[in-house]
Design a protein around this ligand. Structure first.
Ligand SMILES: [Mg+2]
Ligand SMILES: [Zn+2]
Length: 425
């Protein structure tokens, strides 16, 4: 059985057009305004395992003041940006006496019949009494986003909030407390639940080989800085040796020339070392000259490129265009380096996922992670791959650990170290 969050559309996902205190739908794409907190809230709910189903009354179609095509165009635009699983629309008005127009629960029940949804474990988020009543009649927990419209609110929701972000917070907090979900620590995602692929980032040969024995490591990345730190002097010999030792998973090696023609020559040589090799091409050279044209040539000549050292959405857009229709490739956005500047990388990475959606040969890498949490953040926004340094990978056994236990370990550490130091007061 699945859980679902049923979402009303106008006033929940997009801004309703309010006239005289009453909300109305946007008449077309030019009036469509997705509420700013909605993308992240929906990604969080989706990654907690909810099916996201929009259930919307669009009676203006029956009234002749709106067309189905305009409604469908709005839904297509939403689908391009938001992790919505399906739209269910009632195009009728009261006079049609249909079973789908909210407050009737028909749309929720039809979705349930089709997808084996457990309504008792599901939620409805709406901004009007018709939504709340439909959710209630279907047996869901109901959440009203209160926009203080000038209209009666005859049905009591289970909870009242002021935004979709708060609705998501409330739903996710309830999951943590739900006795059916077990203890707090068990409601979180564990390693086995992640869809993001973990790549090990490093250039230490013995560590790489050790990690290659672990089934949850799906690939490897290196870079000249790491190789230099590992004391490697013969680039080619090191790379060929590692590729031979790990032939069954992608491994990334970077070109290091600063000049386009030489970068291209190096790229072809590196690509020739193995079918599992991805060639890292920095997004610009040190003179800020972009590598998009080179990336495009290589990608369309069958070279698996890993466009790297990227930090902006403009770069993602340009690379997406360059690799569209080319060989399989990676797009490495350095989320950790973004975080180092005081910016939250999560919304940017979520946007990058959306930009790459139309490019099926491209996978987004959350690169330069700073902490273990980044693996889970990458997973929740739908990144395909996250790289992790060997230091972060060493913390993996802590995933899902009981926090009270972890607290006790911390207390013991303080006590033991104080004893070892022989401190006296
Ligand atoms: Mg509404
Ligand atoms: Zn209907």
């Amino acid at each position: 059985m699945q859980r679902a969050v049923f979402l009303d559309r106008d006033g929940v996902i997009n801004r309703a057009i309010v006239r005289h205190g009453k909300p109305y739908p946007p008449s077309g794409l030019d009036e469509l305004d997705i509420l700013p907190d909605v993308p992240e809230a929906l990604f969080r709910l989706r990654s907690a395992g909810f099916r996201l189903i929009v259930v919307t009354n669009q009676p203006d179609v029956a009234r002749g003041t709106q067309t189905r095509e305009a409604v469908e165009a709005i839904h297509a635009a939403m689908l391009a940006d938001l992790p919505i699983d399906e739209f269910r629309v009632c195009y009728h008005d009261d006079a049609d006496r249909c079973t789908c127009r909210k407050p009737a629960p028909g749309m929720l029940l039809a979705a349930t019949a089709q997808h084996q949804i457990d309504l008792g474990d599901s939620f409805l988020v709406g901004d009007r009494w018709r939504d709340v009543e439909a959710g209630h009649r279907a047996g869901c927990t109901t959440i009203l986003i209160d926009h203080r419209y000038a209209e009666p609110q005859p049905v009591q929701p289970d909870v009242q909030v002021s935004s979709m972000a708060e609705a998501a917070d409330w739903i996710l907090a309830r999951l943590g407390e739900d006795p059916r979900q077990g203890k707090e620590s068990n409601s979180m995602k564990l390693l086995k639940d992640l869809t993001v692929k973990i790549f090990a980032d490093g250039a230490d040969r013995s560590e790489m080989l050790e990690l290659s024995a672990k089934p949850y490591i799906k690939g490897f990345t290196t870079n000249p800085t790491l190789m230099h730190k590992a004391g490697i002097t013969d680039y080619r010999a090191f790379a060929r040796d590692i590729i031979q030792a790990i032939p069954d998973r992608p491994i990334c090696f970077e070109v290091f020339s600063d000049e386009s023609a030489e970068m291209e020559r190096q790229a072809y040589e590196i690509a020739g070392w193995g079918a599992n090799v991805y060639v890292k091409i920095p997004v610009t050279n040190t003179c800020r000259e972009p590598s998009y044209a080179l990336v495009k040539r290589l990608s369309h000549d069958g070279v698996k490129v890993n466009a790297t050292a990227m930090l902006t959405l403009t770069q993602v857009r340009e690379v997406a265009e360059a690799v569209a229709g080319g060989a399989p490739c990676y797009v490495s956005v350095f989320a950790g380096r973004i975080a180092d500047t005081g910016r939250d990388p999560v919304p940017l990475m979520a946007a990058a996922v959306q930009l790459l959606r139309p490019i099926p040969n491209a996978e987004l890498i959350w690169a330069s992670p700073r902490e273990l949490l980044n693996i889970f953040q990458a997973d929740s926004v739908g990144c395909h791959i996250v790289t992790a340094t060997h230091d972060i990978l060493k913390k993996l056994p802590l995933v899902g650990k009981d926090l009270a236990e972890r607290s006790l370990e911390t207390v013991r550490m303080f006590y033991d170290d104080a004893s070892k130091a022989g401190f006296r007061l």
